[in-house]
Design a protein around this ligand. Structure first.
Ligand code: FAD
Length: 761
């Protein structure tokens, strides 16, 4: 028994924890920052003021993680963010294809708990900063669950807290609200009438109880639903983040007024539910009950901290190159009216760029606090640029860059700003690329990688002459949409493309060959030729022989325009780096087939050509002559591990019964580590909650493989792989002059593919 006598006062227990890096905020950006740094050997403290990780993506708020893939609704092909965020999303699809938010929480906790270098402080809020000159010395944090006060000491800090508690207390300059058009020449800068801050949102989930359930609303619920101009949009089916437009608070202080904003959002949510249950307009909702209502509002925007560079609208629209690029974004510039759900205006105003855009390192650290990095939504961007960089896939990618920057700062004994000095930025970019972080405009040059010093021979390579027609029902489809087959071509004469079409009656089919005006983009904005083909009733061969020339290697769009009297054959075959795209509409991301902005807002007009989701999404069945020879083994060391201007993958011939790659050196090597990068479909957005997914393993991913030494002895075997990056560390180095990587085809319709192999002594 514990008995304490009277004391004048008591203090909480105090603990001092010293680390290399303290990350404040366990949202996705903080989690990815901490994991990146810890895996490279840094001792990290991750402080999160709530009980689970993930921030806005956690079960407390339930937003789906998105980034450059933008629900597959814009022209950013193969744009899912790589590295740790990819690992998390791939894991989530594997364990949780139904998008259960609680299972998603578990996965994040599992990932962090697996790292012995991370001290995770849950339910612990940072509230104090101590400084020495312009550097932070320590943070004060408190956990009400165990009544412990922490003093967290480190040479480096990363603020990933969304609102920027560390940056704020440390005196780092910040902005809140919108810049005027004049400051950066941003023509999309909002007017005061539109509003200069995005609001918070709060969601509910409903479920069918199997019997009638009544609902008695709280006294504070919104009574007059017609105060919400779009009240007629509510229905009994939609819940969770599909109701993202239940937004409020953009006219208030989105930090200081958060509790007030939350009450207003609760009022709205219960008012909406009362409307659904009790207005009599939704008899089908009789059995529905509220399963969950958010208690913590999802915050879109608050403080943005100033680094050495403030990103702006033009950086996004023009996809400007930065020598210090460490990440990329690709969500639309997505502004919302500050009056939120009570506004007469559309809930959002989204404008896409033609492709992904780089994010510079100079936006990731404080311009005044010498040892403070930023991650997530609080980085150095204008209000307009923020409207794109704020999504979680992008924030997590930025977190990884900040985490790796911290690693390098520790290794080199420098402060964050010094990584911009000559020579150091290349090291940071290289380390990120090794870890799976694609940086547009940069290829991995890795002097330590032994594969680059080796001869690489493949048992076979796919030379793609076409894709066969599907025999099952459903592979012959009416052309209700214009479609394009995306194919990777070499510079020079364009091959002849053909496919078969069934015409109901005599008709004319319009076809066109298009490419993107900018290398690496997938917006077909340049025409290389167009023609009209006369079709007779029945089966026709459609031939695109446009005698065109590809100015440089890249993807071409073989377009066939919509004709509802024509059906085309699709293929069950799936090949890495090959897709059919459609001129389709995806209202969720303001894709109406064509982006047609007003002239004066500084964004481009262009068409959207996007793939369809599986299980429906298939390639067109086609032939191409001469066949495409873009899948050689040299792709595994060309420094790119995703399709860009080509597939950048070695792909085996499907008829090869034992596909393998031999990596051979002149002298014996002592191999300690092998890194393999497989195709987990970087085009799939992998939304983390609410949406379900048709597969748990991406169809392109090599499941089974073995690694053999020069004597044919198996040194490693993996069955049932589903992850993108496989890192194999040998306890004792493998002494060999040759490694064989023997892979199995993932399925009879999909040949084995490998993007990259790295070997280290
Ligand atoms: C309604 C809504 C819809 C959105 N839609 C999408 C979408 O569809 N897809 C998408 O990807 N993004 C979306 N966003 C944007 C996105 O959710 C945010 O921009 C994103 O969460 C930013 O990530 P973050 O890691 O910077 O911050 P957060 O996710 O907010 O994480 C910050 C974490 O820091 C913690 N923290 C704060 N203060 C402290 C402290 N003092 N001490 C310790 N910990 C602290 C918080 O608890 C939180 O967990 C949406 C946002 C909202 C609100």
């Amino acid at each position: 028994m514990i008995r304490e006598s009277v004391k004048a006062m008591r203090s909480f227990q105090r603990q001092i924890i010293s680390a290399d890096l303290v990350v404040t905020g366990g949202g996705l950006s903080g989690v990815c920052c901490a994991l990146t740094a810890a895996r490279k050997g840094l001792k990290v403290v991750l402080v999160q003021d709530r009980g689970v990780l993930g921030g806005n993506s956690s079960s407390e708020v339930r937003l789906w993680v998105l980034g450059a893939t933008s629900h597959m609704g814009n022209n950013n092909r193969w744009a899912r963010e790589g590295g740790v965020i990819d690992e998390i999303l791939v894991e989530n699809i594997y364990r949780n294809p139904e998008g259960n938010p609680v299972v998603y929480d578990m996965i994040l906790l599992d990932k962090v708990a697996a790292e012995s270098n991370i001290t995770l402080l849950l339910n612990t809020a940072v509230y104090e900063v101590e400084k020495d000159g312009d550097a932070i010395r320590s943070l004060g944090a408190f956990c009400p669950q165990n009544q412990v006060e922490y003093e967290l000491r480190a040479p480096l800090f990363c603020d990933a807290s969304g609102d920027g508690v560390v940056g704020f207390l440390a005196g780092s300059p910040f902005r809140m609200g919108a810049e005027s058009i004049d400051e950066f020449g941003e023509r999309f800068a909002p007017s005061a009438d539109y509003g200069e801050l995005l609001g918070h949102s709060l969601y509910f989930y409903s479920k069918d109880a199997g019997r009638p359930v009544r609902f008695v609303p709280p006294a504070f619920a919104l009574e007059d639903i017609t105060r919400i101009p779009r009240w007629r949009s509510f229905n009994s089916r939609e819940y969770g983040c599909r109701l993202w437009w239940i937004e409020f608070g953009g006219r208030l202080d989105t930090v200081g007024d958060t509790e007030k904003i939350k009450w207003e959002l609760w009022k709205i949510v219960y008012g909406v539910w009362n409307h659904i249950k009790n207005s009599g307009e939704f008899p089908e909702a009789a059995n529905l009950t509220l399963e969950w209502v958010g208690m913590i509002p999802g915050k879109r925007e608050s403080r943005r901290f100033e680094g050495d560079y403030i990103m702006r609208q033009q950086d996004i629209v023009e996809q400007r190159h930065f020598e210090d690029a460490v990440a990329y974004g690709g969500w639309s510039i997505d502004l919302h009216p500050s009056d939120g759900v009570f506004s007469e205006k559309p809930g959002c105003n989204q404008w896409h760029s033609k492709g992904i855009y780089p994010i510079p390192y100079r936006s990731l650290y404080s311009r005044s606090v010498s040892n403070l990095l930023f991650a997530g939504r609080l980085i150095s961007v204008s209000h307009v640029a923020f409207a794109s960089t704020r999504v979680m896939g992008t924030g997590a990618y930025i977190g990884q860059a900040a985490g790796m920057a911290a690693v390098l700062c520790r290794q080199l004994g420098v402060e964050p700003r010094a990584l911009g000095d000559v020579g150091k930025m290349e090291v940071l970019q290289r380390e990120l690329q090794r870890a799976g972080q694609y940086i547009p405009g940069f290829v991995l040059r890795d002097p330590d990688d032994l594969v680059r010093q080796a001869r690489v021979v493949a048992s076979s390579r796919l030379v793609l002459g076409g894709l066969k027609e599907g025999e099952a029902e459903g592979f012959l489809r009416p052309m209700t949409l214009s479609l394009a087959q995306l194919l990777p071509l070499e510079a020079g004469k364009v091959p002849v493309f053909s496919c078969h079409a069934e015409a109901e009656a005599e008709t004319t089919l319009e076809v066109e060959l298009k490419i993107s005006g900018r290398a690496g983009n997938f917006t077909p904005d340049v025409s290389l030729g167009r023609k009209h083909i006369r079709l007779q009733p029945g089966r026709n061969c459609v031939v695109l022989d446009l005698d065109a020339v590809m100015p440089e290697a890249g993807y071409a769009f073989f377009c066939i325009y919509k004709n509802e009297g024509v059906r085309l054959y699709f293929s069950p075959q799936r090949i890495t780096g090959i897709l059919s795209v459609f001129n389709l509409v995806n209202e969720a991301v303001s894709n109406y087939g064509m982006q047609t902005p007003p002239e004066d807002i500084g964004v481009d007009a262009f068409e959207f050509w996007c793939p369809q989701r599986r299980p429906e999404g298939h390639n067109l069945a086609f032939s191409v002559q001469p066949a495409l020879d873009r899948y050689g083994p040299e792709n595994i060391y060309n420094g790119l591990a995703r399709p860009v201007a080509g597939p950048n993958a070695w792909v085996a011939d499907l008829s090869d019964p034992a596909p393998s790659l031999q990596i051979e050196w002149d002298v014996t090597k002592a191999i300690r580590r092998v890194v393999l990068k497989f195709d987990t479909d970087l085009d799939h957005p992998m939304e983390s909650v609410l949406m379900s997914h048709p597969e748990t393993v991406m169809p392109f991913c090599v499941r089974n493989y073995r690694i053999l030494d020069e004597e044919g002895k198996e040194v490693y075997k993996k069955m049932g792989n589903y992850q993108t990056i496989n890192t194999i560390d040998f306890e004792t180095p493998v002494m060999t002059r040759r490694l064989t990587i023997a892979v199995e085809h993932p399925s009879p319709e999909t040949p084995a593919a490998v993007f990259e192999i790295l070997c280290y002594e």
